[in-house]
Design a protein around this ligand. Structure first.
Ligand code: CMC
Length: 382
């Protein structure tokens, strides 16, 4: 609830606060609509590519053939990561969480960019291209390092999704795998002023730099209430184990007032349209890859949740069916959230560039609820 305090509004969790203006994504949480620059997410997932969607979000319109080719070439020229950064990644403990590794390596990219502190629009676009192009290489390099495998050079003949799978597995992905990943990247590319995007805006609004903003955003994304939920979904499916166990397990969790990962959303009080698309898409992928059990368990969880808490506006969100998709793609559990980061890098960088077009320091107040006029007690009297 909002309370007026000396003409300022106390809005816990900023749930009722509009903190930015943006032309990138539109969310209608009541009717379950998500548009990127006015184009329905379902249409983009069916027809676009991650690269084209990136152009759309960054430029406010779809590219023509030449513009798309230019952006694709710019990404491909930046797929590699600096040798010094590869050396650094090789020093990371092999049991480190990939999100920690990613956050550290993204911050370290600044050390290898002479423009790191140049905040003009052209430099920030160049940095955004580098960040989107290099994040997959960082995630793949750390995964190879922790498994004691050789780090694989990017292949600039491949699109971002296929190149990531190539660097991760050392094998060229099938068209089905590339398409599945590309769709996931499109669906996760942007989502208004979510917690990690807001974090990136707070940082860039101080006129800090893109790398610092992205490292901070990665930190916000990894929490289980945000991007970490896709990992939570997979752990829950693992723990439940079999379709026959679903009813008892979910009912018990609800009785214990546990949150069911992959359900609920701050904005959507209807089904998240990304979940609707992923559900259909994932079914085909799960069938093709022999992971139908996971899909069936997920479907049953959704039915129970609809029956029990649907009337309260708690529906599947994007993370719910992402878990089955990523598992079907053969990704390790703790790479699910880094994959989200690879996609959301587009949204974070786009919103930061937008913020700098008309910047104002983001600095909310807080309502002090501690004591006043407390005398200072010397150490020997406490
Ligand atoms: N399972 C069971 N109950 C739930 C769930 C859930 N997943 N989500 C919300 N509720 C209940 C919650 O217990 C609370 O009940 P009560 O009023 O009786 O205390 C009520 O619904 C409101 O929940 P809230 O947590 O206060 O709502 P919020 O807007 O602050 O939080 C949320 C939204 C996404 C953090 C929350 O729904 C949640 O924790 N979901 C599980 C984690 C998850 O899937 N996160 C991914 C979000 S989508 C992708 C992304 O942004 O990264």
């Amino acid at each position: 609830m909002s309370v007026n305090l000396d003409e300022k509004i106390f809005d816990k969790g900023l749930a009722n606060t509009i903190a930015a203006e943006s032309k990138m994504s539109y969310i209608d949480g009541v009717n379950g609509i998500l548009e990127y620059v006015g184009i329905d997410i379902d249409s983009l997932a069916r027809n676009s590519t991650f690269e084209e969607t990136t152009f759309l979000l960054w430029n406010g319109r779809l590219p023509n053939e030449q513009e798309l080719a230019t952006l694709v070439a710019a990404f491909r020229a930046e797929y590699h990561i600096p040798a010094g950064l590869i050396d650094l990644i090789k020093t990371f403990p092999t049991d480190a969480a990939p999100m920690h590794a990613l956050q550290t390596a993204v911050a370290a990219l600044a050390l290898h960019d002479s423009e790191a502190d140049v905040n003009d629009p052209d430099a920030n676009l160049r940095k955004s291209i580098k960040l989107v192009a290099k994040t997959p290489a960082i995630v793949a390099a750390f995964d190879r390092h922790r498994k004691g495998k050789e780090i694989i050079d990017p292949d600039p003949s491949l699109d971002i999704a296929s190149n990531f799978l190539w660097m991760l597995n050392g094998e060229k992905p099938t068209d089905t795998m590339s398409k599945a990943l590309d769709v996931c990247l499109i669906l996760h590319a942007d989502h208004g002023t979510n917690a990690s995007t807001f974090t990136s805006l707070v940082v860039i609004s101080t006129l800090s730099d893109m790398y610092s903003s992205m490292a901070a955003a990665i930190g916000a994304l990894r929490g289980p209430l945000h991007g970490g939920a896709n990992e939570g979904v997979m752990r829950m499916l693992d723990e439940i184990g079999e379709l026959d166990n679903v009813d008892a397990a979910i009912n018990q969790k609800l009785a214990d007032k546990d949150k069911i990962m992959g359900f609920g959303h701050r904005v959507y009080k209807a089904v998240d349209p990304r979940a609707t698309y992923l559900k259909t898409f994932t079914k085909g992928l799960a069938e093709d890859t022999g992971n139908l059990k996971l899909y069936e368990m997920s479907s049953r969880i959704e039915e129970i949740m609809n029956e029990k808490v649907g009337s309260r506006g708690i529906y599947p969100n994007v993370d719910f069916y992402s878990a089955t998709t990523y598992f079907s793609l053969g990704l390790e559990l703790d790479l699910f959230t880094p994959l989200f980061a690879i996609a959301r890098m587009v949204g974070w960088t786009g919103h930061c560039m937008e913020q700098l077009e008309d910047n104002k320091l983001i600095r909310p107040g807080s309502n002090y609820v501690g004591p006043h006029e407390v005398p200072y007690a010397p150490l020997d009297q406490r």
